[in-house]
Design a protein around this ligand. Structure first.
Ligand SMILES: C[S@@+](CC[C@H](N)C(=O)[O-])C[C@H]1O[C@@H](n2cnc3c(N)ncnc32)[C@H](O)[C@@H]1O
Length: 275
């Protein structure tokens, strides 16, 4: 980007990003915008943020909008992130759901799955649970969604470099759930891969995924405004089965909405039950 970002361009870009994916940029994040968009501007022979916005507003802008959203999202993730949610799943939620009557499958939604570590960690916990209690929880479906096509591609492939594997995965689980691939990476085993169905979904759009027993919506709402966060939490409530659970990130809390969710203290960790 040759020219500096003008205040008008910055305001217009903030609005574009918030409307497109909910991300609310702070007032002084010009350096972030510059560094994340530099390559896109070069590749499209654009020399200012204003020129990019003008191109984004033109009909037939191709995949430019998606590429910009991709560049502006933070995809940081790891295996078994924060630990508590996976222990709560293993020790509280899976026994509760496996003991309930009914023939419908247990449905779990990872609502901003990034490169797949979160839904695959859930699948590993389920696999371990099944092995410790043969015959239990045979029918489980995990749906994993994200707005970004590029992270979904990585997630679907299920192949990770050693450095990514090392982030949160124990050597035992690495051995149990991965095989070494020809090019030095690690391929997730088919029994785990096949449990997860990946789909592209913007949390701002309508959810047409049916109802779930557990929703993980972690480390994404932190980028949204308080109003949008409340709106999405209300819509996630609508996507939960009666008595279903919502799991947020470790640093996130559900302020307000006492009519919709009841807090469940799990010592350690907090989850929310649909009222
Ligand atoms: C920091 S990652 C969190 C991944 C995982 N949930 C975790 O806690 O490790 C945030 C993810 O949210 C996705 N995201 C951002 N805005 C979104 C939106 N409007 N709809 C769906 N996904 C979105 C990003 O693409 C990114 O992969």
């Amino acid at each position: 980007m040759k020219a500096d970002i003008t205040p008008q361009e910055y305001e217009a870009f903030k609005k574009f990003l918030q409307d497109a994916c909910g991300i609310l940029l702070g007032d002084n994040k010009q350096y972030l915008v510059k560094s994340r968009l530099r390559r896109i501007l070069e590749e499209n022979s654009l020399n200012s943020l204003g020129a990019l916005l003008e191109r984004l507003n033109r009909p037939g802008r191709g995949g430019l909008k998606e590429v910009v959203i991709d560049a502006m999202t933070t995809n940081e993730t790891l295996w078994f992130r924060d630990n508590h949610p996976f222990r709560i799943l293993q020790e509280k939620l899976l026994p509760e759901f496996s003991d309930r009557n009914g023939l419908s499958p247990l449905r779990i939604w990872s609502a901003a799955c990034s490169t797949g570590q979160e839904p695959y960690s859930v699948a590993m916990v389920i696999d371990e649970y099944r092995r410790s209690r043969p015959g239990k929880l045979r029918d489980v479906k995990i749906t994993a969604t994200d707005i970004s096509k590029s992270v979904l591609e990585v997630a679907r492939r299920g192949e990770y470099e050693m450095i990514a594997i090392g982030r949160g995965l124990s050597p035992e689980r690495q051995k149990q759930f991965f095989t070494a691939s020809a090019n030095g990476g690690w391929q997730i085993r088919p029994q785990i891969r096949s449990m997860v169905d990946f789909k592209e979904l913007n949390l701002l759009d309508r959810y047409m995924l049916g109802k779930f027993d557990v929703i993980l919506c972690r480390n994404v709402l932190i980028y949204f405004s308080a109003d949008l966060k409340r709106d999405i939490l209300t819509r996630l409530h609508g996507a939960l089965n009666p008595g279903g659970y919502l799991i947020l990130g470790a640093s996130e809390s559900l302020n307000g909405l006492p009519d919709l969710y009841e807090m469940v203290q799990c010592h350690p960790g907090i989850i929310y039950r649909k009222k």
